[in-house]
Design a protein around this ligand. Structure first.
Ligand code: DAH
Length: 352
């Protein structure tokens, strides 16, 4: 009688198992059989009413049914879970053949990049990077650089005056030399470079701009000679244009240096055989420089009998144009991203 009940539960399990269609239904079955009032739990309670000698056998049978149900349960559970997983994977599948959204990334402005490169070279030689005002006094821009009022050397720098004859937009970064020495109060050594914007009344074209960038340098110490200057320019030239680059000086004239030179680098493009970049000379002029004029030292509080120094001024725009092969300086100040980002990237990517 009791055994019959066990058999009935077995049959029922089989039937239910074939009818169940999802995890929810399966969990309901679990309650139906193993819950507090479940069929198997009820069988278990029957043990109380069974004569002692049959208890063991009955108990074993009930256990068999429980094991049977658990096996069915695990098997079905696995089956349903794998169906769910497959559905989920299908839903979340990524079509890798679809074209991706192109991302336009920024690139550093090449003029800024060049200035940073120059700064690093000089910082590695112990120089400080300093700043000066773009709105400058005539006194610093000209007079204390040994260019008195009315001197013809002023004509070469067609200057923007802002207020009368005293306040101007600096036409060169050289006034920072004066400001640095005044601040230095006679202390040595002075080793500074000053990259900065400069202004002249030029009509803008491929090679002229009313605003451009210079990198000024000044060193004041004991027994400074032209060969110190040449060695210094040479370090930068090799760094910017390659280790095989050579440097030479030819005489020039600036009011604030004596002697004055212009520094050339050997042509990185044709290596001397002649090309359009070096105008078939094999050399490219990149810097104005010289030994600081005694008058300039004296006016700024440095005794020229004791101290000497060199100074130089690079055109940062020109260096950048040479380095990146640009023949129109307006490109450097262009705001069209399609143009200004190309130098840094082999391939131009944009989202038109
Ligand atoms: N200031 C000069 C110019 O704008 C460039 C220059 C020449 C700077 C010689 C110097 C120097 O420091 O020593 O043309």
């Amino acid at each position: 009688m009791k055994n019959k009940k066990i058999e009935e539960v077995k049959v029922l399990i089989d039937k239910d198992k074939n009818a169940v269609v999802d995890l929810k239904g399966l969990n309901e079955l679990k309650v139906k059989y193993l819950g507090k009032k479940g069929l198997i739990s009820e069988l278990n309670q029957e043990i109380r009413n069974i004569p002692n000698e049959e208890k063991k056998e009955f108990g074993q049978k009930v256990n068999e049914v429980r094991t049977l149900f658990n096996e069915y349960y695990d098997e079905k559970k696995k089956e349903f879970e794998s169906v769910l997983l497959n559905e989920k994977l299908k839903k979340e599948a990524i079509d890798i053949s679809l074209p991706a959204t192109k991302v336009v990334s920024g690139a550093p402005n090449i003029l800024e990049k060049l200035v940073e490169e120059v700064e690093e070279v000089f910082m590695s030689m112990g120089y400080d990077v300093v700043d000066g005002p773009e709105i400058e006094e005539d006194k610093y821009n000209f007079e204390m650089l040994n260019i008195p009022k009315g001197h013809p050397a002023r004509d070469a720098q067609d200057t923007f005056y802002l207020e009368g004859e005293e306040i101007l937009l600096r036409s060169q970064t050289s006034p920072v030399q004066v400001r640095t020495m005044l601040k230095g109060k006679g202390e040595i050594p002075i080793r500074v470079i000053c990259p900065g914007k400069t202004y002249r009344r030029d009509d803008d074209d491929a090679t002229h701009s009313h605003q451009f960038m210079q990198i000024e340098g000044l060193l004041v110490d004991k027994n400074i000679s032209l060969s110190d200057l040449k060695g210094t320019i040479d370090v930068l030239a090799k760094k910017l244009f390659g280790p095989e680059t050579e440097t030479r000086f030819h005489p020039s004239y600036y009011q604030f240096t004596e002697p004055s030179v212009e520094g050339d680098i050997s042509c990185f493009h044709c290596h001397g055989s002649g090309c359009h970049i070096c105008k078939n000379t094999g050399w490219i002029t990149v810097v104005g420089a010289g030994i600081v004029h005694p008058n300039v030292l004296r006016m700024s509080g440095y005794d020229p009998e004791k101290w000497s120094g060199f100074a130089f001024g690079f055109g940062a725009d020109r260096l950048t144009m040479l380095k990146y092969g640009i023949d129109d300086c307006r490109v450097l100040y262009n705001t069209d991203l399609r143009e200004v980002t190309t130098f840094d990237r082999k391939e131009m990517e944009w989202n038109d």
